[in-house]
Ligand binder design. Structure first.
Ligand code: GRF
Length: 217
């Protein structure tokens, strides 16, 4: 039985599209049953519909407060019988109660190598800090923003002459590779959480990647 997954977005939805695409593979252990956006104008809603996926807006501004908004969001998730939730460019902080209800079933992608650069504007901040490696992280969601057991990270080099946009594009390509893998591991029941650490079972130790060294030595 494939796990039923909802994806929450606020905008473009390119990570959502990467998840939809991966989930079309016959052996993929999850099916995307619903896309939800807190913004009715999110471009990703139309992308999802074109792919034949139900996509609904739960407009934050149409709800008096966060708890009314979250109740409406939860109602949609219940209606879709979603049992996993992927945040993909979803720009709202969720309440401790909502996070608790989805504990270990809700994951997020963040465009930095956490715990470096939580929050917004990560690419500009990485350039300003002068880091040589930057990247992205898929992690379980906890109450604190951009914190939670890390499932997978991808590192990319920061090139001389990078702008926030050129760096963002390099990171985004890596996001599209790692998010579908992280969801597949979660859906297949291959992730164990011990304290702050997430462990992926059944990885091939021989497939361990070479270190990414930048600049090259
Ligand atoms: C991505 O960089 C994601 O990591 C961040 O917001 C961006 C969303 O892009 N949280 P998209 O909507 O998936 O194209």
């Amino acid at each position: 039985m494939k796990r039923r997954v909802a994806v929450a977005i606020s905008g473009r939805g390119s990570n959502m599209a990467a998840l939809l695409d991966a989930a079309t593979a016959p052996g993929y252990p999850a099916e995307i049953v619903l896309v939800v956006s807190d913004r009715p104008d999110a471009a990703g809603l139309a992308t999802a519909r074109r792919a034949g996926i139900e996509a609904v807006a739960v407009d934050r501004r149409a709800h008096a407060d966060r708890s009314a908004f979250e109740a409406a969001l939860q109602a949609e998730l219940d209606r879709g019988a979603a049992d996993l939730l992927c945040l993909a460019g979803f720009m709202r902080l969720l309440s401790p109660a909502f996070v608790a209800a989805w504990r270990d079933r809700m994951i997020n992608i963040h465009p930095s190598l956490l715990p470096a650069f939580p929050g917004l504007d990560t690419h500009r901040r990485a350039l300003e800090a002068g880091v040589r490696l930057h990247g992205c992280t898929v992690h379980f969601v906890r109450t604190e923003m951009d914190r939670g057991p890390i499932i997978v990270q991808a590192a990319v080099p920061v090139m001389e002459g990078d702008s926030p946009d050129s760096l963002a594009a390099r990171v985004l390509a890596a996001e599209h590779r790692i998010y579908p893998r992280a969801l597949a591991w979660l859906a297949a029941g291959r992730i164990k959480i011990e304290g702050e650490r997430a462990m992926v079972e059944g990885l091939d130790p021989a497939a361990a990647a070479a270190p990414l060294i930048w600049p090259p030595v």
